[in-house]
Write a protein that binds this ligand. Sequence first.
Ligand SMILES: [Ca+2]
Ligand SMILES: [Ca+2]
Length: 372
Amino acid sequence: MVTTNNGTSWTNATSAPLPNRFVTAIAIDPTNADRAIVCYSGYGVNTGSTPGHVFLTVNRGGSWTDVSGNLPDIPVNAAVIDPMDATHFIVGTDLGVFESVNNGLSWSQQNMGLANVVIADLDLRSDRILFAATHGRGMAKTPLPVPMAVDTVYPGDANGDGIVDVRDLLPLGRYYGLTGPARFSPSLNWTPQYLTSLWSPPDAADADGNGNGRVDSADVRGIVTNWYQSRTITSVPGRDPIEVVDELLRAIGPGPLSEPMHAIRRELLRFRSEILGVGPDWRLEQNYPNPFNPSTTIRYNVPNEVTELSISIIDVAGRALRAVRAHDVLPGVYTFVWDGRTDDGTPVASGVYLFTLRTENVQLTRKMILIK
Ligand SMILES: [Ca+2]
Ligand SMILES: [Ca+2]
């Protein structure tokens, strides 16, 4: 019986060649509700004009095809249609588990180490572990391989060409903001990862690097983490993640950028800051050593990108002695070594000096002492 209105009314979907025996199981294609297989108990020899144990419909029971193929003439008690490959059927019979990878044209026994026991029920868990229940306390499980027909996702290979490189940025921008099914236990590990179902369009699944069901800037971390990984080359030399981030930043360029690329760039900068341990605040540390002779090191923390930054050294009378300027400075922890000389190389006398870090919005100053 079939209903298409939540059970308000039912239609009898029984028609030839369905046998006059009792139905034991129905499995609906998880990817297409029009398709289902229905299984029968009993023995075909007892209903000779209507043999068969497994029947397929592709039109919600409007018509049926006998797909029992070479299955033995024994009761079929349970059925599963593989959500990753709708041509893959698994059935539990009175003589163990059988599967077909061609819509039931042919079947082979898949007993998972079980004897030829009666299978009462089957369940395929989302992580592709197949469970088979037998009588008594009997229960068995086996991992099902991922069917070849299903494209698996490798995190970071956003364009699905088998290698992770700068070309994988483009699909992130292209599918930015698109949502789809999240993966089973998503991770950034360079392993084939299963889809729960297809994305629309299917290749957008590759762009969802972290597998959370949404394409956005966070997925760029899959590219950095798996940089130059390849599906075919097993051993890839490690790369310094900072080098990778910087290469990606160079590839994106300074702009003007589309909003997705802008967000990806910001995410790369955040990632870079995390790796480098960049603090959230502007910080100008006390120089070390201090007092000093002949040179000292000044460390400073740059929490966000600035177009211009200067470090300058003046004496207590306010005379500028030394100044260095940097442009387009990325977040980072930087050092400047002062050798106790002016811009033209003249050594300065013992005394107290001030050093200042300055940007458009920030000014930090500390004192230091040169003793000769
Ligand atoms: Ca790629
Ligand atoms: Ca994602």
